[in-house]
Design a protein around this ligand. Structure first.
Ligand SMILES: Cc1cc2nc3c(=O)[nH]c(=O)nc-3n(C[C@H](O)[C@H](O)[C@H](O)COP(=O)(O)OP(=O)(O)OC[C@H]3O[C@@H](n4cnc5c(N)ncnc54)[C@H](O)[C@@H]3O)c2cc1C
Length: 278
């Protein structure tokens, strides 16, 4: 069985301190990052995705000055509809996060006692540490060398079986019936199904709607990204919260994003959202 996880993507940065860019993929990485920022003030974060935004919120709350750099025009742009992403951008800005959107880091160099991050838009940031959170890549090399079919992840069917009989894959390294979902909830679904299969009852994995909780206390968010189907986002404002629904032409709910106090609607909307696959 392959359960190898994923590797952080490493940006090709120029500069004599590019090797000092940190990444957090496990506890040892996290300990190194904490040691690097101990007693320091300024942190640059590459990537305004889920992990980048959560780190930005935590670091700002901890008194750090945080610069977040992303090529996208908005944070969490791949998960959130535009109006909710803007709310997150404003909420984190209010905690002191400085956004550098629509640009990228080119180089990280030593500059006196600091690190200097040069951005493609000409900005130079002097910081104490640089943390990269620009995504993960499933660990597929071992499977590839073993001759298994590999696409983005190690390819499996819904029984979690790879292209070789009796060889299975699950978790961040696996691409299960075309889906790579690097979260704990899908992993738990897959683990339960595989346990039954290995105990003698072949069981296909089912993925119900699995909302992602974004741990940004500045603006709590829950998002259930819609599948790539035609539809439209509509917005309803509740007391101090937004409910965004993605519906098809017939009004059927395909996905949603909840912000602020509207996150209390999670259970109600999850029941209505379609499964990823059943
Ligand atoms: C900073 C961060 C925050 C996250 N927050 C959340 C969250 O809030 N909610 C959520 O649902 N998910 C979150 N995730 C994702 C979640 O951690 C992963 O989906 C989950 O850990 C994947 O489990 P896994 O067993 O597939 O891989 P991993 O947990 O990465 O485990 C893979 C293991 O395989 C080992 N390994 C690698 N290669 C080999 C080899 N050749 N031989 C033997 N062993 C090997 C590795 O050392 C590792 O111990 C987060 C991830 C990160 C990095």
């Amino acid at each position: 069985m392959f359960a190898l996880g994923a590797d952080p993507i490493v940006l090709p940065l120029a500069g004599d301190a590019a090797h000092q860019v940190l990444r957090v993929n496990d506890l040892a990485d996290y300990a190194r990052f904490r040691a690097a920022i101990e007693g320091k003030k300024n942190v640059a974060l590459l990537g305004a995705g889920l992990i980048g935004c959560e780190f930005a919120n935590d670091l700002a709350a901890g008194g750090y000055r945080v610069h977040v750099i992303d090529t996208a025009p908005r944070p969490l742009g791949r998960l959130l509809p535009q109006a909710v992403a803007q709310q997150l951008q404003q909420a984190l800005a209010a905690t002191g996060v400085v956004w550098h959107l629509g640009t990228t880091a080119r180089a990280v160099s030593r500059h006196a006692a600091d690190l200097r991050v040069d951005l493609a838009d000409g900005t130079a940031l002097d910081v104490d540490a640089v943390l990269s959170a620009v995504g993960l890549r499933p660990r597929t090399q071992l499977a590839q060398r073993a001759g298994l079919q590999v696409n983005r992840g190690i390819v499996t069917d819904r029984l979690l079986q790879t292209s070789a009989a009796d060889v299975y894959a699950l978790g961040d390294c696996a691409e299960i019936d075309g889906q790579t979902l690097p979260y704990v909830l899908p992993l738990m679904q897959a683990t339960r199904a595989l346990a039954r299969t290995l105990a003698g009852t072949p069981t296909a994995v089912a993925y119900p709607a699995m909302p992602v909780v974004v741990k940004t206390p500045a603006l709590p968010l829950i998002v259930c990204p819609p599948p790539a189907l035609p539809g439209n986002w509509t917005y309803a404002e509740h007391a101090s919260g937004t409910e965004a629904r993605f519906e098809d032409a017939g009004g059927k709910l395909l996905g949603f994003a909840l912000a602020g106090a509207a996150t209390a609607r999670k259970q109600a909307l999850t029941k209505l959202a379609p499964p990823v696959f059943s």
